[in-house]
Design a binder for this molecule. Structure first.
Ligand code: AMP
Ligand code: ZN
Length: 140
């Protein structure tokens, strides 16, 4: 199984760094985040090292998504959370700081202090359509 000797999450998988594991299966391990955004914040990682969403193998992505769903169900049932945010950061510009793919499972509680990091507001329809055309792969 691929591992990166400089990766802290690979070290957790190898038992070289401590972690509080809350779930595991053939392809994934989930453990508590040491800087929790809210009570119960956990991370789901694939056992196989991959840097980010762009490079993770589809079967590993499927496995971590299912593990995140398992945790989301437990957060709701066992921690009494009112909701859950499931977040992945891909790339330093998107806040990724540990470059072993991971999904944050963040329990949400009514009145907790977390806020959206952007201010929702109507976009320019022309610009939205232009971005959509690029996403579609349209060549103007
Ligand atoms: P990101 O910024 O999306 O790459 O998330 C990395 C997350 O890993 C952060 O929320 C950190 O608090 C968390 N983290 C870093 N080192 C450890 C560790 N040794 N054990 C548990 N969580 C960690
Ligand atoms: Zn790794």
């Amino acid at each position: 199984m691929s591992a990166d000797p400089d990766c802290i999450f690979c070290k957790i998988l190898a038992g070289e760094l401590p972690a509080t594991i809350v779930d595991q299966d053939e392809h994934t391990v989930s453990f508590m985040d040491i800087h929790p955004a809210t009570r119960g914040h956990a991370l789901v990682i694939p056992r196989a090292h991959s840097r980010d969403l762009l490079s993770i193998e589809p079967n590993d992505l499927e496995a971590v998504a299912l593990a995140a769903k398992r945790l989301a169900e437990r957060v709701n049932e066992y921690l009494g959370a009112d909701g859950v945010n499931v977040i992945n950061s891909c790339g330093a510009a998107a806040w990724q700081t540990v470059f072993h793919f991971h999904i944050h499972v963040i329990p949400r509680y009514k009145g907790d202090p977390l806020r959206l990091p952007w201010v929702p507001g109507p976009g320019d329809p022309v610009e939205i359509a232009a971005a959509a055309a690029q996403l579609n792969g349209s060549t103007d």
